[in-house]
Write a protein that binds this ligand. Structure first.
Ligand code: AMP
Length: 565
């Protein structure tokens, strides 16, 4: 199939704002798509060049793509940059300047060339990438160049997301959107749209139901709900519960097969190379043929005492890993098991999964241990445990159902797990993970930085970021100083399509929704200024920290803040 077909669909998608229309456009395409192109076409339509969990990216920023545009078009780089500043979009810039060729390339050609660009690494790779992309630009039409440029930087701007693609696959191959529920389940266990497209195309619903869990294929993490009062926990969870320490670190999914170990983050990135010490501990202390474990990795001092999340974040690095392994030791706290020796445990109850987890952990020490927990339903005992955890510096506790139906709900924030944090107990509101979408310039003593950041929550239905509050306090002087530099690369000319703000909301700068910050808030009130849940706003927000482990779509959702109101 010609790549032009994909371009036609992307163009159509861009023209409509209606989710239903987008679904129908995609479903029509999928029905006509030859089997041999389906996988790659699905990735490209989702704005990717691989599955979500493999997360292959070209590693090219707008700046590098502009250099390719200059090379391919023979224009002066300064002029290219000027046009980019005027347009504010890399795709439109490429479209204007290059690509007078006829559409000859196939889906396969484009997909493979983009993956080759992604593969270039090490010394001189930037130049290689620039040249390869320039060569590709020389072979395509201007419309094709527009979407290739966007694919390369990873911002498709069509407004359709993974959910619309899942809807479209359901409609195209089963005739109705009813299959979405099964598709969602399969997607959480195997987040790979291309793979699912092939499965549903070949074997319809049966194919989707057969999707399982396996080594090196991370599963979306199960998440916890929040409650407004301590007593509410007991209305939501019946029977005995496991009350566990809530660790303030990085979620880690551990895959073991023979002597091979892989580690994945909450965003499903392969983080194995950052944690050779964890891999060593797993090899020594976990005994089984194969398993998939869930836990939280925290920075610890030499006595095994927990250190702050910010300390752990220094371990997020490509270089000098060994030095930081020494400098910042970590401990992996395990609390769940999803797979053991060829069998999925996702549908088993928490007590069964925990029993299996215990059976594979052969040794516990300051490098790897089971999460701290008690099993009870006694309110006083839970309060005591909670207070003990807070005293030692934990964020709070996680309370987990142990009922027969306490399955592992991959990718779902349900009532089987509830978080109870210090802030709720103190009568304060919760913390929120908000997406920075705009900035107001600072005045007076703050003129060197932003005075406040416009922040949003995510609406999973409309797939938009709704503004929720302006955050101006809680930053240290150092953080304020670094803020303009940190946010610079996310600046965009106009309000992004994916941001839903009132017309009169006019920050000095708009940002592409990317950076997530954790914010403590005192109260949610009605407000005419913001769009979240039809006009809810967070009062007295305070910046706590950056959350580089969360993507924009993993921010607090509109549904969550509605529940909290
Ligand atoms: P939050 O990020 O506030 O929604 O809290 C949920 C997160 O707490 C999970 O994604 C885990 O990364 C983390 N966590 C810490 N301790 C535990 C635990 N014992 N069980 C489950 N999740 C935990």
């Amino acid at each position: 199939m010609k790549f032009k077909k994909i371009v036609d669909v992307l163009e159509e998608l861009e023209k409509t704002g209606s989710n239903n229309k987008m679904r129908d456009i995609l479903a029509d395409f999928f029905q006509d798509c030859p089997d041999s192109d389906l996988k790659q076409a699905t990735y490209l339509l989702a704005g990717r060049i691989s599955s979500e969990y493999r997360g292959v990216v070209t590693g090219m920023s707008d700046k590098l793509v502009l250099q390719s545009v200059a090379k391919a078009s023979g224009r002066d780089l300064k002029k290219v940059k000027k046009i980019f500043r005027k347009k504010g979009d890399i795709g439109e810039t490429a479209e204007e300047l290059i690509g007078r060729r006829k559409e000859k390339l196939s889906v396969k050609n484009v997909f493979e060339e983009l993956n080759e660009i992604a593969e270039a690494s090490g010394e001189g790779s930037q130049d290689k990438k620039i040249i390869s992309l320039a060569e590709l630009f020389k072979k395509v039409s201007s419309k094709e160049a527009k979407y290739i440029a966007r694919l390369v930087v990873g911002t498709m701007r069509t407004g359709s997301g993974d959910k619309t693609i899942l809807d479209a696959l359901a409609v195209a191959f089963t005739g109705s959107a009813d299959a979405r529920k099964e598709l969602d389940k399969a997607y959480h266990v195997h987040p790979d749209l291309g793979y699912l497209a092939e499965k549903i195309a070949k074997r319809k619903l049966k194919g989707i139901k057969s999707v399982g869990i396996s080594f090196k294929r991370p599963v979306k993490a199960m998440l916890a709900q929040r409650v407004k009062s301590f007593d509410e926990i007991f209305r939501k969870i019946r029977g005995k519960m496991a009350v566990e320490e809530k660790y303030d670190g990085e979620r880690m999914q551990v895959h073991v097969k023979g002597d091979r170990v892989k580690l994945y983050s909450r965003r499903l990135e392969d983080i194995s190379s950052q944690y050779p010490d964890v891999i060593k501990a797993v090899k020594k202390q976990i005994k089984c043929d194969s398993c998939i474990l869930d836990g939280e990795c925290c920075a610890v001092d030499d006595k095994g005492r927990l250190l702050h999340f910010q300390v752990l974040m220094q371990r997020r690095r490509k270089y000098n890993v060994e030095k930081y392994v020494e400098k910042i030791p970590v401990c992996l706290f395990l609390f769940d098991l999803l797979y053991l020796d060829g069998k999925s445990y996702l549908q088993k109850s928490y007590p069964e999964r925990y029993k299996a987890l215990k059976s594979v952990v052969k040794k516990q020490n300051n490098k790897l241990k089971l999460a701290n927990r008690i099993v009870t339903r006694d309110k006083e005992k839970i309060k005591k445990f909670f207070n003990r955890m807070i005293k030692k510096g934990a964020e709070g506790v996680l309370i987990k159902s142990m009922a027969d139906d306490s399955v592992y709900k991959a990718g779902t924030r349900g009532w089987l797990w509830i978080k109870w944090k210090k802030e709720y107990a103190e009568g304060m509101m919760d913390t929120f993970d908000l997406v920075v979408v705009g900035g107001f310039k600072g005045k007076g003593r703050r003129s060197y930085s932003y005075g406040s950041l416009l922040c949003a929550v995510y609406d999973t239905k409309s797939k938009k970021f709704d503004t929720f509050t302006k955050v101006g306090s809680g930053f240290t002087d150092k953080q304020l100083k670094e803020l303009p530099k940190k946010m610079k690369k996310f600046k965009v000319k106009e309000k992004p399509k994916s941001v839903n703000a009132r017309k009169d909301m006019k920050p000095d700068v708009w940002f592409k929704p990317s950076v997530v910050i954790e914010v403590l808030g005192a109260e949610i009130t009605k407000s005419p200024l913001h769009t979240a849940a039809g006009g809810l706003a967070l009062r007295f927000p305070r910046f706590l920290r950056y959350r580089p482990d969360k993507s924009a779509k993993q921010a607090t959702t509109v549904k969550e803040i509605r529940q909290m109101k």
